[in-house]
Design a protein around this ligand. Structure first.
Ligand SMILES: C[S@@+](CC[C@H](N)C(=O)[O-])C[C@H]1O[C@@H](n2cnc3c(N)ncnc32)[C@H](O)[C@@H]1O
Length: 397
C-alpha cells in the first residue's frame, strides 16, 4: 500500500498544474498556515492565561465564566487579534493560490470534463428546481470563493475544481491519511462492525467533488453507486473526475435530506465530512432520510471530524469556535454539540444496532468520528459496536 498522500489525493488529468510561480505561492501559503495552526494557535492558551484573563479580572473584579465572557476577554487581546487576522488572511490567500492555475487552465479543464462525460459509464442528473438550504445560499463555507453553489453556466466546474485543489493543498500539511482515504477508513470500519455485509446499492450524501464516493465505487465494482449534492459545479466536476479515475457513479443534484429515491432503495448510505456543515435540523433530517432509504439490514455510516465540544473546557470551546465566526463554518458548534446517538435513535435506528465513536486511520495519524446504524434486526460486531466517548483531537476537515 502507498505511504504517500496520493491515497488521499489521487492524481488525475483534471487537476490543474501549477507553474513555478504558482507552486511557490502555494508552498508559501502552506507554510504560513502550518505556522499559524501548529505553532501559534497552541500558544493562544498562554495568551489567554497570561494576558487576557488577568486583564479581564482586573477590569471586572472576577473571572470570566461563560463562553461569551471568555470570548470577550480573548478577543480583546492584541496577540489573539493578530493571530486571528492572519489566520483569516491565510485562508483567503490559500483560495487565491489554488484558483490561479485553475483559472489559467479553465477552458482546457472544462473541455476535458466534457469529453470524459460524453464517454461516461456513470451519469449526471441536474435539477435546478432543488432549493438549497439557507446556510449554503448565504455563506461561502470555509471561504471558498463563490461557495459550493457557484455555477457560471452549463460547463462550469469551478466549484468542484476549487474544492479539490483547496483540500489537496490543505491536507499536504496535515500528514493525515497517508495509507488510506477517509472512505477507505470507513470501509475498514464496516468490515469490522458488520462483517457479513456487502452492499449492492450505495448512496453517498453530500458528495462534493466525489472524493469519498470514488473509493466505494472502486471497492465494490458490482455495486450501483449514487451520490448527491446541491452544487451543479461540484457535480459536473465530480462526474468527470470519477470517470477519469475509472469509477462508475451516478451523480444527482438533490438535497441530502429529501432525495428522489424510493424507500428502502439502498443498502449502504454514507456521508463524509458533511454533518459539520449542516444545521441541527438538517443533521436530524440527514439521519431520517438515511433510515427511509435503507432496505432492512442496510447500514448508514456518517463520518466527520472528531469535534465533540462537550469534552472541551470553556477556553478550548471558544478557541475552536474561531472557525465558526471567522472561517465560514456556521454549523461548526451545531455539529460539535450534537448527540449522534440521539439522532440515530430519533431516526428509527435501534441503539442495540448503532455505533458512535472514534475510529483510527491505518497510519494512526488521526481518528475520525463515525455514527452508524443498521436498520432492522441484523447483527453487528459487538466489540466495534460498543459506544465510545470521543477523545479530543485537532480537527482536519
Ligand atoms: C465538506 S463537503 C463534503 C465532502 C465530501 N463528502 C468528501 O468527502 O470529499 C460538504 C458538502 O455538503 C454539501 N451539502 C450541504 N448541505 C447539503 C444538503 N442539504 N444536501 C446535499 N448536499 C449538501 C455541500 O454542497 C458540500 O459539497
Amino acid at each position: 500500500m502507498s505511504t504517500d498522500s496520493s491515497i488521499r489525493n489521487p492524481d488525475h488529468p483534471l487537476l490543474a498544474q501549477a507553474n513555478a510561480e504558482e507552486g511557490a505561492r502555494q508552498r508559501f501559503v502552506l507554510a504560513l498556515k502550518g505556522h499559524l495552526g501548529r505553532t501559534l494557535r497552541p500558544r493562544m492558551h498562554e495568551v489567554y492565561q497570561q494576558q487576557a484573563l488577568p486583564r479581564w479580572q482586573a477590569e471586572q473584579g472576577r473571572s470570566p465564566e461563560t463562553e461569551q465572557e471568555v470570548a470577550e476577554a480573548l478577543y480583546a487581546e492584541p496577540r489573539y487579534q493578530y493571530w486571528s487576522a492572519l489566520a483569516r488572511a491565510a485562508q483567503e490567500h490559500m483560495w487565491l493560490a489554488v484558483a490561479a492555475p485553475i483559472e489559467r487552465q479553465r477552458e482546457s479543464l472544462q473541455s476535458q470534463c466534457e469529453s470524459l462525460r460524453q464517454s461516461a459509464r456513470g451519469s449526471l442528473t441536474l435539477n435546478p428546481e432543488v432549493a438549497p438550504p439557507r446556510v449554503l445560499r448565504e455563506v461561502d463555507i470555509h471561504l471558498q470563493p463563490g461557495g459550493y453553489l457557484r455555477d457560471e453556466g452549463p460547463q462550469d466546474i469551478m466549484a468542484g475544481a476549487l474544492y479539490e485543489a483547496g483540500g489537496n493543498l490543505y491536507s499536504q500539511g496535515e500528514g493525515v491519511g497517508t495509507r488510506e482515504s477517509k472512505a477507505d477508513c470507513a470501509m475498514r470500519f464496516l468490515r469490522e462492525w458488520a462483517p457479513d455485509f456487502t452492499p449492492r446499492r450505495i448512496l453517498d450524501l453530500a458528495c462534493s467533488a466525489g472524493a469519498s464516493t470514488v473509493p466505494y465505487a472502486l471497492a465494490f465494482p458490482d455495486a450501483e453507486v449514487h451520490a448527491v449534492d446541491l452544487g451543479p459545479g461540484l457535480l459536473r466536476y465530480a462526474h468527470a473526475r470519477a470517470e477519469a479515475l475509472g469509477a462508475t457513479v451516478h451523480f444527482h443534484q438533490a438535497d441530502a435530506t429529501a432525495t428522489p429515491f424510493d424507500d428502502g432503495s439502498f443498502d449502504l448510505v454514507v456521508s463524509h465530512n458533511a454533518m459539520h456543515e449542516m444545521s441541527p435540523e438538517t443533521q436530524q433530517a440527514l439521519f431520517a432520510e438515511s433510515h427511509r432509504l435503507l432496505a432492512p439490514g442496510g447500514v448508514c455510516l456518517h463520518q466527520d471530524v472528531p469535534l465533540r465540544l462537550a469534552d472541551f473546557d470553556t477556553f478550548s470551546r471558544v478557541l475552536y469556535r474561531w472557525d465558526e465566526f471567522f472561517n465560514g463554518e456556521p454549523c461548526w458548534s451545531a455539529y460539535g454539540n450534537n448527540d449522534c446517538e440521539a439522532l440515530l435513535e430519533a431516526a428509527g435506528f435501534d441503539p442495540e444496532h448503532s455505533h458512535t465513536g472514534l475510529f483510527a486511520m491505518l497510519d494512526n495519524s488521526f481518528s475520525w468520528y463515525f455514527a452508524a446504524g443498521r436498520k432492522g434486526a441484523a447483527s453487528c460486531n459487538g466489540t466495534a459496536s460498543q459506544k465510545s466517548t470521543a477523545r479530543q483531537q485537532g480537527a482536519a476537515a
